[in-house]
Design a protein around this ligand. Structure first.
Ligand SMILES: C[S@@+](CC[C@H](N)C(=O)[O-])C[C@H]1O[C@@H](n2cnc3c(N)ncnc32)[C@H](O)[C@@H]1O
Length: 248
């Protein structure tokens, strides 16, 4: 379910440690998805910013995963987050960025003033937050990218409604016990802030359980890595990344 106090969940050392060392432990489901995303993101940045390296603005940067994924390809990076604990972990992880604590609500945060093109990244935020946080996050992106020439936005939906993950939700007597976000919801949210989707890519067709089954896990991981490269698979993927640009 959408968590109205989502920001609070990341304001303590236990949650930060769990995120960094359990959720993203080497070899885990999230870690493998991140490896795939890293290659894709680096190709997107090389393609979209062939002439001039962008400044990256990573909203809800947490421990700096998306920033470290692009090390060497951006001119400079700024990370924005509500949790000083997550930002402290980003520093410990060697994230090369200027980090900014922002409020959970209120006026849309101001992006750091920089010249040249911009890349806004937003990973693992939209799914679990309420509509007000989603709108505010996209308003930040629109402020940072005022027109189509300003750069690109990359956002992750790590709980696509039209995916295998949805079947698990239905097994629980029709009661949803985790959040889901549909492709249409993402597109409408982007449109409201003047963005159109220019690319979409899936990074896992399977749910985490498949990566842990004793006899199946090796085959499942390999097959999943291949399946999410097939044309059209993003529509059914659990984890989807969107590349978007302002329409005007
Ligand atoms: C699941 S973590 C994702 C971190 C990072 N983007 C990643 O993908 O690894 C969600 C992050 O969103 C931050 N957050 C929660 N509410 C927020 C808000 N209203 N504005 C900005 N960041 C927020 C949390 O502090 C946390 O670091």
């Amino acid at each position: 379910m959408v968590d109205e106090n989502y920001a609070d969940a990341f304001q303590n050392a236990d949650a930060v440690g769990k995120y960094q060392h359990v959720t993203y432990a080497p070899g885990s489901y999230a870690w493998r998805i991140n490896q795939r995303q890293r290659s894709y993101l680096r190709a997107v940045v090389r393609r979209e910013f062939a002439d001039l390296r962008p400044t990256q603005h990573d909203f809800a940067c947490g421990t700096g995963r998306a920033i470290r994924n692009l090390h060497g390809l951006v001119w400079q990076a700024h990370g924005y987050d509500t949790s000083p604990e997550m930002l402290a972990e980003a520093v410990r992880m060697g994230t090369d960025a200027r980090l900014h604590v922002v409020g959970t609500a209120g006026p849309v945060p101001e992006p750091a003033v920089t010249g040249g093109p911009a890349l806004v990244t937003m990973f693992r935020l939209l799914l679990n937050v309420d509509d007000a946080v989603r709108e505010r996050a996209l308003a930040f992106a629109a402020k940072t990218l005022p027109d189509a020439e300003a750069g690109v936005l990359v956002v992750e939906n790590h709980g696509n409604r039209r995916s295998l993950r949805h079947l698990r939700a239905r097994r629980h007597a029709g009661r949803r016990w985790f959040a889901e976000l549909s492709h249409d919801q993402v597109v409408r949210l982007l449109h409201r802030h003047g963005f159109e989707v220019v690319a979409r890519r899936g990074f896992s067709m399977l749910t985490p359980g498949w990566y842990e089954r004793p006899l199946l896990r090796h085959a499942a991981r390999t097959a999943d890595g291949l399946a999410c490269r097939l044309p059209g698979s993003a529509a059914w993927a659990v984890n989807v990344v969107y590349v978007a640009r302002r329409t005007a």
